[in-house]
Ligand binder design. Structure first.
Ligand code: ADP
Ligand code: MG
Length: 584
């Protein structure tokens, strides 16, 4: 068995832990869930609590709860928790310790070594602080890697030379976009832009303001703006926001928000999207800027990877598609992709090269139809409900509307394909819904698609005002047997392969891949050390130290040129020791 080196995404909002096990990437549940809030607190008895428990006490005990500590990593500050003061490294170490302990419990073996990810824009101090946090948690941090690099690794970077990818990362508090290129077997961040004050939290704030206005409309009274009410609203609206990623509307009901009064209103996804559009436009500006820094056009990007929970917002995907002509990929869970990439890197360092990311996805878009007024006349168009590359099982809804007053029935079509013209897609089935109420035209009908792992599609049409519904199940398997395999292969392999013997015909090829992975690992290290070494020589160390650094960099460059990996490994070790000593 290889040595265990885990991957950790130490996020501002949430953190995750992943490993490579039996050839596959596995995300380790923490407190029973794949995602742990990066939240630290003291409970009523003064005991340290981390994760979900800490976040749950946010409303009741704000002064005993710490959120978003990552924003302060590398700063010389203290934060208070109860009557004690802690550095950001110490608070982060509590998060890492929890991941380590929970992981050990789940796996039944000790976790000693980790690869931890940081944003591409983190400077040396912030990286060092992250490393220290790991050490305080009892972890040997064998490598710090950039989050976009980890995302690229999870998508199998390193397999195709010269691939240019865009990583769009919208988390809770920050937005980052990076252009990454695979060159000489190394994943390199070419350009990176972002906004450290833009993320899902801002969407929540807009929704809270919206809720306050809705309350005023409902009761003709102001909601009190104390911390407790505001935090409660934030929890409610954050949940509503997530619902809107899958559903066209959400009913919000929060009882006794103000004395006897309830907050009760309905929010349409369209209205929500109008609220957040200006913020998302700022993310597109950042994309344009990083593309122009890297001197690239959108057409030169081979893959767009979505990272961060907030990229589940459908508007993010449609803006990238429609405004930038980019086709984003989201077959790997955007919450988990960074930790998965870190685990992949950990496995490479441990010498394990045969693993793959396997996810079941739908290779086609699943549509219903509606009449739309375009190009001067009414025509039947496809309305996508479950998009291509969505992980299975998937469950999504969209709204369509009746055309006439007192329209008592409607036909529901199901088409598979990427065109918005039905005739260009494959008709999977249709059914008639009779018994609608005699409502005026534009009566909303919610069409819900439920696609399971076996390819069974359950379609429900529900009249929104009455709740009257009809459900039909369609067997879609005949339509996608072949493509599913192809899509799997397409996203499956990182380095090596575990999809089956058919893909493992050439033993020589496999060992060549091994060599490449080892070399990549050495080159990565050399490059990282060179950068850090060069940075150190600028910070006036003694002349002897500076000369020794330059000397080692020179020899490692020569070793790279000669392909002398043994020497390179020696120089890496020497340089690493020297840097470690000097950075302190
Ligand atoms: P970070 O990198 O900052 O730790 P994450 O990648 O975990 O952050 O993203 C957290 C953000 O994603 C939060 O604002 C959360 O509300 C948002 N989010 C999570 N799931 C969804 C969803 N289904 N739809 C929209 N936003 C979501
Ligand atoms: Mg993140």
């Amino acid at each position: 068995m290889h040595e265990l080196i885990v991957g950790i995404d130490l996020g501002t909002t949430n953190s995750e832990l992943a490993i490579i096990q039996d050839g596959a990437i596995r995300v380790i549940p923490i407190h029973g869930r794949p995602i742990m809030p990066s939240c630290v607190g003291l409970d009523g008895t003064g005991k340290l609590v981390v994760g979900e428990t800490a976040r749950n006490q946010l409303i009741a005990a704000p002064e005993h709860t710490i959120l978003s500590i990552k924003r302060q990593m590398g700063e010389d500050v203290k934060v208070s928790l109860g009557d004690k003061q802690f550095s950001p490294e110490e608070i982060s170490s509590f998060i890492l310790r929890e991941l380590k302990q929970e992981g050990e419990r789940e796996l039944g073996r000790p976790i000693k070594k980790a690869v931890i990810t940081v944003p591409a824009f983190f400077n040396e101090r912030q990286r060092r602080a992250t490393q220290v946090a790991g050490e305080l948690a009892g972890l040997d941090v064998v490598r710090i890697i950039n989050e976009p690099t980890a995302a690229a690794l999870a998508y199998g970077a390193g397999v195709k030379e010269g691939e240019t990818m865009l990583v769009y990362d919208l988390g809770g508090g920050t937005f980052d976009v990076s252009v990454v290129v695979v060159e000489n077997g190394i994943v390199e961040v070419k350009a990176s832009h972002g906004d450290v004050r833009l993320g899902g939290d801002d969407f929540d704030d807009l929704l809270v303001a919206h809720a306050i206005a809705a309350f005023k409309k409902q009761h003709d009274a102001e909601l009190p703006r104390d911390t407790k009410t505001l935090r409660r609203l934030k929890v409610v609206m954050e949940r509503a926001k997530r619902t809107l990623s899958d559903e066209p509307f959400v009913a919000i009901r929060e009882e006794y928000i103000d004395g006897p009064r309830h907050l009760e209103f309905e929010l349409l996804r369209d209205d929500y999207e109008r609220l957040i559009l200006p913020l998302l436009e700022r993310t597109l500006d950042c994309c344009h800027r990083s593309l122009s820094d890297a001197q690239l056009t959108p057409a030169q990007i081979s893959k767009v990877m979505l990272v961060g929970g907030a990229t589940r917002t459908p508007l993010v995907q449609s803006l990238l598609r429609n405004r930038m002509r980019l086709d984003p990929r989201f077959e790997i869970d955007p919450d988990l992709i960074v930790a998965m990439g870190a685990a992949a890197q950990g496995a490479v360092i441990a010498g394990d090269k045969h693993y793959s990311v396997l996810v079941d996805i739908t290779p086609h878009t699943w549509n219903t139809t509606a009449i739309s007024y375009r190009r001067g006349y009414d025509e039947l168009v496809c309305v996508p409900i479950i998009r291509r590359n969505t992980p299975l099982p998937a469950s999504k809804s969209e709204m369509v509307f009746t055309m006439f007053d007192a329209q008592l029935e409607t036909k529901v079509d199901v088409y598979q394909g990427e065109s918005d013209i039905p005739a260009e897609n494959t008709l999977i089935g249709d059914f008639l819904v009779t018994g609608l109420s005699a409502a005026p035209a534009n009566n909303p009908i919610v069409i819900h698609f439920d696609l399971d792992l076996n390819g069974m599609l359950k379609v429900t049409a529900r009249e929104k005002i009455t709740g009257f519904a009809k459900t039909v199940t369609l067997d879609t398997r005949a339509h996608h047997a072949v493509d599913l395999d192809e899509a799997r292969r397409n996203i499956a392999s990182l380095v090596g392969d575990s999809t089956g013997p058919a893909d493992r015909t050439d033993a020589a090829d496999a060992s060549a891949e091994d060599a490449t992975a080892d070399t990549q690992e050495l080159l990565n290290t050399a490059k990282d050390l060179r950068k850090r070494g060069e940075a150190l020589t600028q910070k006036n160390p003694t002349a002897d130290d500076a000369n020794e650094i330059r000397d080692l960099i020179h020899h490692s460059a020569a070793a790279i040129k000669d392909g002398d990996w043994t020497t390179l490994a020696e120089k890496n070790d020497a340089l690493s020791d020297l840097i470690f000593y000097l950075e302190d």
